[in-house]
Design a protein around this ligand. Structure first.
Ligand code: AKB
Length: 341
């Protein structure tokens, strides 16, 4: 059976997606790849390959070696980090995507690629942002995502590549930290609440953004990828929504669990990025085309985050939550780093 390859597999979405894919298809069916070398070899080695997506030769080697049939191409540089490293952001996000689409064309591979609400800008309608609307992103990250969407649509229409994409909102999760995004506050706030009972937020309290819990994100990705191709009418990227909340509303919900929790506000350059993004997304197209339906509202997300982060058996992310995990004996996932060539 053809294998599934995940790029950026150790990132925030990848860490959870790999678990879900392995549950469905079997551990050895899913090849994790990333730029990091992981040297631990476990009793049950899990396929892992070092792969920089800007290296198209290496990408093809891995594809050929494993007979890859599907790629979840998650490797990318997010909005805030992209502003500090615009060249890297362009290279990784666009050259990487182009390499994956070229390989998909040559080897008949099905592709998932995440776009973002960052494709929208200050001139986009902020409420009920339509599927098709003004896209004038203000960040280099948003520009790579808007361009990437056109690239996906081009490869689908011109070469028949089965590429599918979602405009992801900010994502809340507990397995792996987000890295370098504007919506990272919505994860950091939980870890800081547990460690210090306080958090210094880089956005103002009234800032309201579209957000989603990781289980909904995984559900959306798998549902989109498993949908009948005839149902996929959008080959650029689908608007996708779950909930929208302000920082102050998140703080109030956290205080229901930790009444003495305090949030302080020190807005920085990320405020301007957040202000340029929509507050509520219209995802009617995704709902109508392939039956998208989110499950988690804000109280459910906050309760579930605390349930996992405060569980003494919680094993991931152990260096981030020393107080919580003081009593537990963390077990690390083991990787085979065999470089086959
Ligand atoms: C970011 O904040 O950069 C990402 C995104 C919304 O695409 N989480």
């Amino acid at each position: 059976m053809k294998k599934i390859l995940v790029t950026g597999a150790r990132g925030q979405v990848g860490s959870d997606l790999v678990i879900a894919l392995r549950q469905r298809s079997g551990v050895n069916q899913v090849i994790e790849t990333g730029r990091r070398k992981i040297s631990d070899i476990g009793e049950q080695p899990i396929p892992y390959q070092v792969l920089d997506v800007t290296d198209n030769k290496r990408l093809e080697e891995v594809i050929e070696h494993y007979q890859v049939g599907t790629i979840y191409h998650l490797a990318g540089i997010l909005s805030a980090q992209g502003e500090s490293h615009p060249d890297d952001c362009w290279k990784v996000n666009l050259e990487g995507l182009r390499n994956v689409l070229e390989a998909a064309k040559s080897y008949q591979i099905k592709v998932f690629w995440p776009s973002s609400i960052a494709v929208f800008g200050a001139n986009t309608p902020k409420i009920k942002t339509p599927q098709t609307t003004i896209k004038e992103p203000s960040t280099i990250y948003g520009i790579t995502k808007a361009t990437g969407e056109l690239l996906c649509q081009y490869y689908a229409h011109r070469f028949g590549v089965d590429v599918r994409s979602l405009r992801l909102p900010g994502i809340i999760s507990y397995n792996a930290p987000p890295g370098g995004g504007t919506t990272d506050f919505a994860v950091e706030i939980f870890t800081e609440a547990i460690k210090n009972n306080s958090y210094v937020c880089f956005l103002r309290p009234e800032t309201r953004l579209p957000m989603m819990y990781m289980p909904d994100t995984i559900k959306a990705i798998l549902k989109l990828m498993e949908a009948d191709p005839a149902l996929i009418s959008v080959r650029s990227s689908y608007n996708l929504a779950a909930i929208s909340f302000s920082v102050a509303e998140l703080v109030a919900e956290i205080q229901k669990h930790l009444p003495n929790f305090t949030c302080y506000y020190q807005p920085d350059f990320r405020q301007a990025i957040a202000d340029s993004w929509p507050t509520v997304i219209d995802d009617t197209k995704a709902r109508n085309d392939w039956g998208w339906q989110p499950s988690y509202d804000l109280p459910a997300i906050v309760a579930d985050m605390f349930a996992h982060l405060l569980d003494p058996q919680f094993k991931s992310f152990d260096d981030k939550y020393p107080k919580v995990l003081a009593q537990s004996a963390p077990t690390k996932m083991m990787y085979s780093t065999t470089h086959f060539c």
